[in-house]
Design a protein around this ligand. Structure first.
Ligand SMILES: Cc1ncc(COP(=O)(O)O)c(C=O)c1O
Length: 452
């Protein structure tokens, strides 16, 4: 890029662009990190520097960067018609075909898609579907939603009310009434001070207790991510979801499974909930649904739920929901995933990543390494025996992330004390090794500073 154009871009980002979940002052001081090109698991920034994408840019680009066939399919669609909404009985071809494809590939009788523009909107749609469905079934007082502490379900007010991470909530409270949070399946820091399997999965019992305490006739739904991501790739015990399904059925509560981050091969299956052999009532999708080639999300519901709305309008609509270009991108993206068997590749490469990460336990501050498929996290501690947390103002994960960036590894969304590793499913063995090498060096450097 010509030096002057580069300067204009950098200046514009510093002056006119509001960053998401970032400190403006840091961007002004250090300069923005501007990505300009991608190919497979490799990225280039505006300075021409090369990086390995260790994060699929927010767990989105599962099929890898630079997939020309997706872009070409979108261009062809754009030449026919670029926009046609789903409001008022009108529709478009790609939206219909995508909904059909999702009905085919999602588990069980998940059958009808409410198409939106992203993950938060998918969660909003799921909450509204659950509430209106309960009303149509004769239970207008069933409005409460049970979620888990430490979960992230999005940034809009309904999705944020589900989110169980204090830091995201504080500035916007009071949030919506009727959202209740229970302990997550966080075995490394069990709230009940128990150990699996003798714990008898107390954390799922806690959901039943919450339903009983709130009053079963007031609860509309439970929302849960299969592998909790923000909390650091928490893989629940095998009985967790089958038991939760039974509890929800027993009390007439809908089960919303938030697959926004897990779906499309991230955990080594097309959908993470397939690992647990249950069918949710509503499944939310976004992120890797289009591989990042266009914004899209979906709330996919069971046939039975949709049929309850036969004579009633679902009072919800999003202007860009079912955008033809996004639907074409999603269809092509799914075609690639199936053709190249990418979920299976995620499983195989995930096993490699797990083995490569294991030696990082040698670090004094690496308390836990966990995950499944190409969805891993490291949790940092001050003391491995006590699991004492590193104070938030040390910003330990952000420091690791910054050093990784300088060494050619892109890792985004470091939380206070966790680093997430989630490369595209097309990542090679050599790239995985390099990811872990850079991470290892960066942790060593931060560790020297923290424990000096
Ligand atoms: C599980 C889960 N649900 C919902 C969302 C919100 O998605 P979006 O950022 O597309 O609104 C996210 C985003 O990270 C997520 O991880």
């Amino acid at each position: 890029m010509h030096q002057t154009d580069r300067d204009v871009v950098i200046q514009a980002i510093k002056e006119n662009l509001w960053p998401h979940y970032a400190f403006q002052s840091e961007i002004r001081e250090k300069g923005p990190k501007v990505l300009v090109k991608g190919d497979g698991a490799i990225l280039w920034d505006i300075e021409g520097r090369e990086y390995i994408d260790g994060h699929s840019i927010l767990w989105v680009v599962n099929v890898g960067h630079g997939r020309k066939e997706i872009v070409q399919a979108m261009a062809q669609q754009g030449e026919k018609i670029s926009y046609a909404s789903l409001f008022g009985g009108y529709s478009n071809e790609p939206a219909g075909l995508l909904a059909k494809k999702l009905a085919e590939i999602t588990p069980g009788d998940l059958w009808v898609s409410f198409l939106v523009s992203g993950g938060s909107e998918a969660v909003e749609a799921a909450i509204k579907i659950a509430r209106q469905y309960q009303m149509l079934m004769g239970f207008p007082q069933r409005f409460k939603i049970i979620a888990r502490k430490e979960s992230y379900h999005g940034a809009t007010l309904g999705a944020l009310s589900c989110t169980g991470l204090r830091v995201y909530r504080t500035s916007f409270e009071p949030l919506l009434p009727g959202f209740v949070h229970v302990p997550p399946p966080y075995c490394y820091r069990c709230e009940f001070q128990l150990e699996y399997p003798s714990c008898n999965i107390q954390c799922v019992k806690a959901i039943e207790e919450a339903i009983l305490w709130e009053g079963p006739k007031t609860v509309a739904a439970v929302i849960a991510e299969p592998v909790m991501s923000a909390a650091g790739a928490l893989v629940p015990p095998p009985e967790y979801f089958p038991r939760l399904r039974e509890i929800c059925d027993h009390y007439g509560v809908l089960l919303i499974i938030d697959e926004v981050l897990n779906a499309f091969g991230r955990t080594g299956k097309m959908f993470a909930i397939e690992r647990y052999g249950i069918v949710p009532d509503i499944m939310t999708l976004a992120k890797a649904l289009s591989g990042g080639y266009a914004p899209i999300g979906a709330a996919v519901v069971r046939k039975e739920i949709f049929e309850a709305f036969q004579d009633y309008m679902m009072m919800h609509g999003i202007t860009y929901g079912g955008h033809p270009l996004s639907c074409v991108a999603a269809l092509k993206n799914i075609e690639i995933m199936e053709r190249e068997n990418l979920p299976q590749r995620g499983e195989e490469m995930g096993r490699e990543l797990g083995k490569l990460l294991e030696p990082l336990k040698k670090h004094k501050m690496v308390g836990d390494i966990r995950g499944i498929g190409l969805h891993y996290a490291l949790e940092y501690v001050l003391d491995k025996n006590t699991k004492a947390r590193i104070p938030g103002d040390q910003r330990v994960a952000a420091r690791v992330e910054e050093l990784c960036w300088k060494k050619g590894l892109y890792l985004c969304r470091a939380s206070v004390d966790k680093t997430y590793i989630a490369p595209p499913l097309v990542v090679t063995n050599d790239q995985l090794q390099r990811i872990v090498e850079i991470l290892d060096q960066s942790i060593s450097e931060v560790e020297r500073e923290i424990f000096s």
